[in-house]
Design a protein around this ligand. Structure first.
Ligand SMILES: Cc1cc2nc3c(=O)[nH]c(=O)nc-3n(C[C@H](O)[C@H](O)[C@H](O)COP(=O)(O)OP(=O)(O)OC[C@H]3O[C@@H](n4cnc5c(N)ncnc54)[C@H](O)[C@@H]3O)c2cc1C
Length: 492
């Protein structure tokens, strides 16, 4: 958005972590905010769901940088959300993630110095490469602690070197296959392959978790409820079960939205906390130049996932304070396949813990059901899900041993996520922020229509940290640089 909006009425489309954060921040700026959500409840990917009394996560398994002086912790403070009310810190046993490869184990520990020690002892031939990689990581981590981080300015964010692909840098440094394999794991948290992952995003996601790592105390539904309550307590209006059908435009400026039920909501500004391709569907074809439409329509997506949720006997399978990745590499150390696992307390269900397994799943593998909706996909789809779930549980039992009293609770696929939050191809982390399409995605930060901007994970970066950061950027566009600096950055 080129200029701040003139009036006070803002409509936000989409009540995920991004839309709710934008709603809270704009309410704090005294805008009259209406948040419109297509689902019957707010929360998007952050909301969890119940199966047999067990709370199953969707899009919040662990979150980084929530400490009081860390980027997400600071943004929570500005939003008026209490971190300790929702999250507890993990890594009490010194480990956040354990990476299990065929021939070695690597622990992602609880801070940068310990990470450097672990890398140096796992990859003794990479001493020179690690001098450079650790300097990059420390510089970017330091940048994340400065106010300029919230303005996406200053070094290293304006240094072109930070945007080169990690794979190219590793080639230049003659990195070993083992080092490449270890460094490829954080890429999975933003859905970009190591070879094409900009150094800055790699470092941001890694530094975020190395600052501090947290899990939800009571699940994603409570997180969604706490965000929602904060928004409505500030006077924001939430309309659920209301898909937006059209963004109305007059004189090259947004004027409001039309809801699926026929109501219109006039607005001086519209924040789209949804996928940019979903946004495009809400605009008449002549509103954006053909070249801009084409740029958005041809954006590559992050890959989808399949997730298995199962109850297991809590006495035989204790909850673990860290996450496990089992990774399968080719002869050159390139990760070809893998699973992410968590075992967490099952909450209400007596004697059961929750085992969650997530693995990559390509949208094209689900094409036979592309034109079906969740709940109406038939037996063949159910059988395919069941077969993949069995394979993934088999892989997990290779780590944990045979499961006792295993109960399959649910399996969700890229199609489930597509239908749930309207992300094309079930993309987990929205548009692909690869070095190759960086300029294309950067153009989304400044949509050429007065009064319209993106928020959430598609605005700047994925994950809870990225989605909230994207909403701070949206509030800055709506309220203007001067107010943002005076009222937000001052507090950060
Ligand atoms: C399986 C999985 C695991 C993940 N794990 C983690 C993790 O452990 N840690 C982490 O930090 N991140 C994780 N993420 C990423 C994180 O969940 C997302 O980055 C973040 O929740 C995105 O928030 P958002 O508000 O941008 O989008 P969403 O949560 O997708 O919200 C968009 C909202 O817009 C609504 N909407 C769409 N179209 C319309 C319309 N036309 N009208 C009205 N409403 C509409 C949708 O229903 C949805 O509620 C994970 C994601 C996935 C998929």
């Amino acid at each position: 958005m080129r200029n701040p909006i003139e009036g006070k009425n803002v409509v936000i489309i989409g009540a995920g972590a991004g839309g709710l954060s934008a709603g809270i921040l704009l309410s704090l700026f005294d805008y009259r905010v209406t948040l419109v959500e297509k689902n019957s409840v707010a929360g998007g990917l952050m909301r969890s769901y119940q199966r047999s009394g067990i709370d199953c996560p969707v899009g919040v398994h662990y979150v980084g940088a929530l400490g009081p002086d860390e980027p997400l912790g600071r943004m929570f403070r500005v939003l008026g959300l209490t971190v300790d009310d929702l999250f507890y810190r993990i890594g009490g046993d010194g480990v956040i993630d354990r990476y299990l490869f065929d021939d070695f184990v690597f622990d992602l520990p609880v801070n940068l110095d310990a990470y450097e020690d672990n890398l140096r002892s796992a990859c003794p031939t990479d001493a020179r490469a690690l001098d450079i990689l650790m300097k990059n990581l420390r510089d970017i981590a330091a940048g994340m602690l400065k106010p300029s981080f919230f303005l996406n300015t200053g070094d290293p964010f304006q240094n072109m070197e930070s945007f080169r692909p990690m794979g190219e840098l590793l080639d230049e440094l003659h990195a070993s296959d083992r080092l490449r394999a270890i460094l490829a794991v954080p890429c999975q948290l933003i859905g970009v392959e190591l070879n094409d992952c900009p150094v800055i995003f790699h470092s941001m996601v890694l530094a975020g978790y190395l600052f501090s790592s947290w899990r939800l105390k009571d699940g994603g539904s409570r997180m969604a409820d706490v965000f929602t309550k904060r928004f409505t307590d500030l006077g924001g209006e939430l309309l659920t079960g209301c898909p937006v059908r059209k963004i109305q435009v007059a004189g090259r400026k947004v004027t409001g939205v039309l809801l699926a039920d026929g109501r219109t909501l006039p607005a001086d500004g519209v924040v789209a906390a949804i996928h940019p391709k979903a946004l495009l569907e809400l605009l008449d074809e002549d509103v954006l130049r053909a070249s801009v439409r084409e740029r958005i329509l041809t954006l590559a997506e992050t890959e989808g996932v399949i997730a298995v949720q199962a109850g297991v006997d809590a006495r035989a399978h204790a909850a673990m304070d860290h996450n496990l990745y089992r990774l399968y590499c080719d002869a050159h150390g390139v990760i070809k396949d893998g699973i992410f696992c968590q075992i967490r307390p099952g909450g209400g269900a007596a004697g059961a813990n929750l085992l969650s397994i997530i693995s990559r799943s390509l949208y094209r593998d689900w094409l036979p059901w592309e034109n079906t909706r969740t709940g109406c996909r038939g037996d063949a789809y159910r059988e395919k899900k069941q077969a993949i779930a069995s394979e993934l549980l088999e892989k997990a039992s290779g780590i944990f041993g045979p499961f006792k009293d295993l109960r399959l609770l649910d399996v969700f696929t890229p199609l489930t996520l597509r239908d749930y939050v309207n992300c094309p191809e079930g993309s987990c982390y929205g548009v692909l922020r690869s070095s190759r399409q960086l300029l294309k995605v950067a153009s989304l930060n400044n949509l050429p229509l007065a009064g319209l901007c993106l928020a959430g994970q598609n605005a700047l970066a994925p994950g809870v940290l990225g989605a909230v950061l994207g909403s701070f950027a949206a509030a800055r566009q709506i309220a203007g640089e001067k107010r943002f600096l005076a009222e937000v950055v001052r507090q950060l």
